[in-house]
Design a protein around this ligand. Sequence first.
Ligand SMILES: Nc1ncnc2c1ncn2[C@@H]1O[C@H](COP(=O)(O)OP(=O)(O)OP(=O)(O)O)[C@@H](O)[C@H]1O
Length: 281
Amino acid sequence: MDEADRILNMDFEQEVDKILKVIPRERTTYLYSATMTKKVAKLQRASLKNPVKVEVSTKYQTVDKLQQSYLFIPVKYKDVYLVFLLNELAGNSFMIFCSTCANTTRVALMLRNLGLTAIPLHGQMSQNKRLGALNKFKSKTRSILIATDVASRGLDIPHVDCVINFDIPTHSKDYIHRVGRTARAGRSGKAVTFVSQYDVELYQRIEHLIGKKLPLYKTEEQEVMLLMERVTEAQRYAKMEMSEMSGKGKKRLRRADACDDTEESLGVRKKFKNKNKTLIT
Ligand SMILES: Nc1ncnc2c1ncn2[C@@H]1O[C@H](COP(=O)(O)OP(=O)(O)OP(=O)(O)O)[C@@H](O)[C@H]1O
């Protein structure tokens, strides 16, 4: 059972029970995770007999080649700092994590309005669309994947250079999984976590979990603010596109993946495209 601590959560109760019913009682069960649960109630669900635990380390660790930092910024400037960071680190491929499907879509639209090749991936998309998004990112047709925690585990895409926690993870263990999407198998990578005035406690929990204090990602505020006007305009168009989509979604009889149509050309984007130059050249 891979990502066992997640699979043994009660939200997978029905699926796990179904599987346990059809597999042999006499078996060897292996549970894997970078963050294995110690909760007996959860482990009981895997029906273990005489369990043996093997661990690489007693504390949660991130790899040495992962360069981690954080940005402490007011919540209202998160978008502009994101655009700044993507420009500063241009040429890399990014995984950006958001906490909700709606924010994933919004950020993707906003970045696309600025000419950046961003694609969303979240749980409200059909499996086909999820695979499509993933393939575009894997084949480097898109250099920015914006995802919810649906993409925080298990994905092995070696070329990911940088993980950005745009919304801080609410469960600090998810931090370990998210940043583990880069610096895989001996490669190096970067992870930057956005910390707003509302995230301080959650951030402290993360530092406690990984057992180290991370450095601040250095930026010049004046330089970042130069982007404000263009970002504000891109936000405005993204908002219009979001409401255009929700209208469209209703017409389509609530298709589950309606909010993923960021790839389809919408009237709003066409109007905007001519006005705005690509930020990353
Ligand atoms: N012994 C090894 N030597 C070199 N590369 C390896 C070795 N074992 C695995 N790899 C490579 O490391 C990458 C990560 O492996 P894998 O996806 O199995 O990791 P994982 O521990 O399941 O990661 P996660 O749980 O974070 O998704 C893969 O590209 C795999 O080919």
